[in-house]
Design a protein around this ligand. Structure first.
Ligand SMILES: C[S@@+](CC[C@H](N)C(=O)[O-])C[C@H]1O[C@@H](n2cnc3c(N)ncnc32)[C@H](O)[C@@H]1O
Length: 264
């Protein structure tokens, strides 16, 4: 067995990383081996990186089957359904941070746009549970990609409870995900994670997105807490990535998130 095959098998053999798609384990593992690390060190470094870009965000014990059951049970009541979505979003620290601005986030950012009939949510985490706040027309297509196979299975089930045509997929967005043409693409708070894996590939990903409107956002706090320079640094990075790409840019500063809407 080659080192990379052994690395992928070992990492995915541990309970914590079993449900992360093989593509990203291989991609991160290859980069670690290319640094000249021995296999054992590369396995350790791969697990650490996978934790930083994904596992660290999952806060409470995840029970996707139970969550889906709870959502199904309240799907007849708009208020209870939203409350249940919000409670579940509280289990992913990224969507949790958006809860306090959720009532205004999509309403503000999407206010001046024509009806959004298709959405591509890249590195989505549990953000598709915010669909009830997005004001999408019935039958809109919603493509949601993340690296966790069990999470996307849950999201697939979730989209059957809301009036969208959902397609959730476990893939590494820096490698080989389908890129359908959409009205709106979301890259919410994930550029810092993606750049930890591969900075040039993150810029290339943004170039591959085929959307009339691209919403890119950044966190204002780090996972560990407040960081004074973060918004300015992230804004500078966004401006670098957007430079020379055309389109109009609108900036939205929310209490917990800095967002940029790029319209082509
Ligand atoms: C900071 S969270 C953002 C989640 C969501 N976009 C939001 O704003 O609530 C980063 C997410 O990116 C996912 N992720 C990280 N690297 C990825 C990759 N290469 N491909 C797909 N998803 C990835 C993680 O699993 C995690 O759910």
């Amino acid at each position: 067995m080659s080192d990379i095959d052994e690395l992928v098998a070992t990492v995915r053999g541990s309970a914590k990383y079993r449900r992360i798609c093989a593509d990203i384990v291989r991609g991160v593992g290859e980069r670690e081996l290319a640094k000249g690390r021995r296999l054992k060190e590369a396995i350790k470094a791969t697990k650490k990186k996978l934790h930083q870009i994904g596992g660290a965000y999952l806060e409470c014990g995840v029970d996707y089957a139970a969550w889906l059951g709870e959502l199904r049970a309240v799907s007849g009541s708009k208020g209870d359904f939203r409350r249940t979505c919000a409670r579940i979003m509280g289990c992913h620290s990224s969507t949790k941070e958006r809860l306090e601005i959720l009532d205004t986030f999509y309403a503000t950012v999407l206010a001046d746009l024509p009806p959004i009939r298709s959405v591509l949510d890249l590195a989505c985490g549990l953000n598709p549970l915010a669909i009830p706040w997005m004001g999408l027309p019935d039958g809109a297509a919603y493509y949601a990609y993340d690296v966790y196979e069990d999470m996307v299975g849950f999201l697939d089930g979730f989209t059957q409870l809301v009036p969208v045509r959902g397609e959730a997929r476990a893939c590494d967005v820096l490698q080989s995900c389908p890129m359908p043409r959409v009205d709106l693409a979301l890259v919410l708070k994930s550029i810092p994670c993606l750049e930890q894996i591969d900075r040039p590939a993150t810029a290339q990903l943004l170039d591959r997105i085929d959307a009339s409107h691209l919403l890119i956002s950044f966190p204002i706090h780090s996972l560990g807490g407040w960081d004074k320079g973060m918004p300015a640094n992230y804004e500078a990075r966004f401006r670098e990535l957007a430079a020379g790409k055309g389109g109009s840019i609108r900036r939205f500063a929310f209490a917990t998130e800095l967002a940029f809407l790029v319209s082509k």
